[in-house]
Design a protein around this ligand. Sequence first.
Ligand SMILES: [Zn+2]
Ligand SMILES: [Zn+2]
Length: 349
Amino acid sequence: MSPTTPSGEARGPVATLRRIAFLMERQREETRRIEAFRNAARTILPLPEEEVRQRVEAGTLTELSGIGPSTAAVITDAANGVVPERLVELEKTAGPLATGGEELRARLRGDLHSHSDWSDGGSPLEEMAMTAMELGHDYLVLTDHSPRLRVANGLSPERLTRQLGVVEAVNEHLDGAFTLLKGIEVDILDDGSLDQTPEMLDRLDLRVASVHSKLKMDAAPMTKRMLGAVRNPHTNVLGHCTGRLVTGNRGTRGQSQFDAKAVFGACAEKGVAVEINSRPERRDPPTKLLELARDLGCLFSIDSDAHAPGQLDMLDFGAARATEAGIDPDRIVNTWERDRLLEWASARL
Ligand SMILES: [Zn+2]
Ligand SMILES: [Zn+2]
């Protein structure tokens, strides 16, 4: 399922279903609507090809749980070597999501911020890893939420420990060209401390720290809170720093107020990367702050903050913004090779 496969080429049923889901996700269609295609792919994946063929001929695909009339039609087309009309339409949207950042996007080797269904993402971590590989990434950092973020099913130390075992198992099945890295999006608590035990944070490859609560706190305590997180040696990336939402079905939200010069100055001093969050509803940091961070000498990471596999492709938006701001690619940590990235991420521990 390479995203670059020419649209005229027919794929097998599982690849066709996954391709449809991928293209819907990268356009931010609702996860609920996409789930049918992901579920159908999961249902037929373990079946022998012969059984799928027989069911196509007998018209009994819909007897399988997870397959309805529309996904059965897609499977039938694909099994018959036909590209379904639905996919033909979606392929028309398959080009870059943004213009102006193509060169930088091609230099990005991975993604430092992504979620699986262990917290509030929509897909298993294996599916996230597989799609990241298909996008040509060398690495993907899995950064599910921390315990206090209960609305997002944040991971307790026990669940995170279990997840790390699964990540190791996934990597054992890969040839080493791609690595799923151990990470977290850890909440920055009101007092600036991080919402996970230091022991667990030590076990991770990389840590994104973000504010998710009390976004309207006064500037002085918010600055202190963010400085606390940036100075914490566990923090590698300051996630979506203003918390703003500029569009989308969650509505809009203004940006948090804080002394950006102080916070970005501390990021530059400590080697913490300022995240360029690629999600179109975030566009965080806003342009003025992005330019301030650039002028203060900060490192950056261009992240998708994907909650579904197709959203991993949203890096296009962040790359376009970074290019527009004239940021030197070597200051963007996910243009770095994996080993350089890992060295940087563990340097302050
Ligand atoms: Zn977040
Ligand atoms: Zn996130």
